[in-house]
Every structure is written in C-alpha cells, then in structure tokens.
Design a protein around this ligand. Structure first.
Ligand SMILES: Nc1nc2c(ncn2[C@@H]2O[C@H](COP(=O)(O)OP(=O)(O)OP(=O)(O)O)[C@@H](O)[C@H]2O)c(=O)[nH]1
Length: 274
C-alpha cells in the first residue's frame, strides 16, 4: 500500500512538474494515472461493500443464535411451568379422589368407596371361588344422643365410634360409613365363623367406649346384621340379607349380632343403658 502511495505521489509530482509539460509521454501517463485512480476507487468500493456484507452476515448469524437461545430459554421455562402444573394436577386429582371416597366427618370410606370395593369383592369371590362377609352396624338409640346433648356431641360420638371400628377390624378389612349412624364392615376372604370373632371384638370395643361430655361419660351400643356372600349372589343381595339381619337384631332388643341364615350364632347380649 505504501509503495502504491509513493508511486502515486511520484506520478502526481511528475505530472505537476512544469519541466515535463511538453513531454510526449505526459498525456499517456496522465490518462494511465487517471485510470489507475479510478480502478483503485472501484476496488475500494467493492472492498467496502464486501466488508459491509460480511459484517451484516456476522450480525445476522449472531442475532440468529441469540434468538435461538432466547427461544430455548423460553421453552425451558414453559417446560418447567408445565411440569409443575402437571404435578399440581396429579396432586389435586389424588386429593379429589381421596375426598370423593372419604366420609368428611369420620374420614372412613364413604358409601361410594364401599360400593366400589363390594363390586370388586364380588368379582374376586367369583373368580377365585372365595367368600366374604358383610356386617351392617347401626348405633342404638343414637337419636337420644342428639336430642339430649345436641348435634355437635352427636358428631363427636360418631367420630369416636368410627375410631373404635377402625381400631378393632383387621388391617385388610374395610370399614366405612354407610350413612347417618350406620356403618358397614367388609371382611374379605372370610367365612361367617371367622367373621364372628372380629364382629364380637368390634361390639365389645363399642361397649367399652366412654366419651366425656362435661361431667358425664357417654356410652353407646350397636346392633349388627351379618351376612356371608353366596356364590352367584350380587353385592346388593348380600347387603339386603345383612340389612334384614340388622333389623332382626333391633327387633330382638338391640346391642346384639344376628347372622343371616346362621341363627346358631345369634348373639344376644344384655341390653345396655345409653
Ligand atoms: N349428630 C349427627 N347425627 C346424625 C348424623 N346422621 C344421622 N344422625 C342422626 O341419627 C339419628 C338416627 O335416628 P334413628 O334412625 O331414629 O335411629 P336411632 O335413634 O339410632 O334408633 P335405632 O336405630 O332404632 O336404635 C337421627 O336423629 C339423625 O339425625 C350426623 O352426621 N351427625
């Protein structure tokens, strides 16, 4: 570049020198010089345009990668939010399912869950040629507790009764609130004789319950109707037989167990005073 500049300045000084004004080669040199200057100008313009294109391409590349990374960060954020949201939905679904299967007062299985399990038990009993037992439990004279002590104490008694039932059944039995002061115990893979031991434990547990309300100790008794599932019977047929046995237990004086079609096990106990 310096050499070119030196040559340029030399030619320009020669062309400007009055001593060479009439030199025969001056005109040709001037045109050649002019042409050279124009060529150089063109080359410089091309170089500038090329530089411009190159930096534009660099900028575009840079902004493309920046946009890509920005987009990537956004996607990562959306994925994190979506993960959290899905986990929240899973937790919510679980909580909803749990809530829809539980009795809010006693936290025992509610009627809906009991029916679901009853259907499962019937198909399991059919498939595996097994049997199960249902016990309907109805608290005796519960209305008197509400009437004498108020609904809140009645609720508290129901909670305590539920706690005793749950504590006395085996871990694989299902105990639920059928409605009001009526409970249902499902004893899977059990015949009537084995069920009798569990039922007797539950009945004694309830008789031993004493709930303090101010200076009084409140106690309860319950009547039981028990039926063993028969082959080819629907769950509601077994339930109806347990219900009929329960009615019989009430008629016979309460605080006792009646075993459907198994009168020898009819458990008659002295009538307690609430
Ligand atoms: N506190 C309270 N009481 C309830 C609830 N559900 C049902 N009850 C009451 O339970 C009582 C049931 O009364 P009845 O059907 O006459 O039966 P009972 O007084 O237990 O008499 P027997 O079953 O014949 O021994 C009613 O007073 C209902 O209001 C509840 O969730 N909380």
């Amino acid at each position: 570049m310096n050499r070119e500049r030196d040559l340029d300045s030399l030619i320009e000084s020669l062309l400007a020198d009055p001593a060479y004004m009439d030199h025969p080669l001056r005109d040709a040199l001037q045109r050649l010089h002019q042409q050279n200057v124009e060529h150089l100008g063109r080359i410089e313009r091309i170089a500038r345009i090329s530089d411009g294109y190159q930096s534009l391409a660099r900028e575009q590349n840079l902004s493309l990668s920046e946009r890509y990374h920005k987009q990537l960060r956004k996607l990562e954020k959306v994925a994190r939010i979506s993960d959290r949201y899905q986990q929240m939905m899973r937790d919510l679904n679980l909580a909803l399912k749990e809530a829809s299967n539980r009795d809010p007062l006693t936290a025992l299985a509610n009627r809906r869950m009991l029916i679901e399990r009853l259907k499962e038990e019937v198909s399991r009993a059919t498939r595996q040629n097994k049997t199960f037992v249902l016990a309907m439990v109805d608290v005796d004279h519960f209305k008197q507790i509400n009437d004498n002590w108020g609904h809140d104490i009645g609720d508290r008694m129901l909670e305590e009764i539920a706690r005793v039932l749950q504590a006395e059944v085996r871990s694989y039995d299902l105990c639920g609130r059928w409605g009001g002061e009526e409970f249902l115990i499902l004893l899977p893979d059990t015949d009537l004789d084995s069920a009798a031991q569990v039922i007797e434990r539950v009945r004694s547990g309830l008789r031993a319950l004493a709930v303090r309300v101010s200076t009084e100790l409140l106690s309860v008794s319950a009547s039981f109707g028990v039926a063993e599932h028969r082959t080819d019977e629907s769950y509601s047929q077994t339930l109806n037989r347990a219900d009929a046995a329960l009615l019989q237990a009430k008629r016979n004086g309460r605080d006792r167990c009646i075993y459907a079609n198994h009168e020898s096990l009819d458990n008659t106990a002295p009538k307690p005073q609430p």
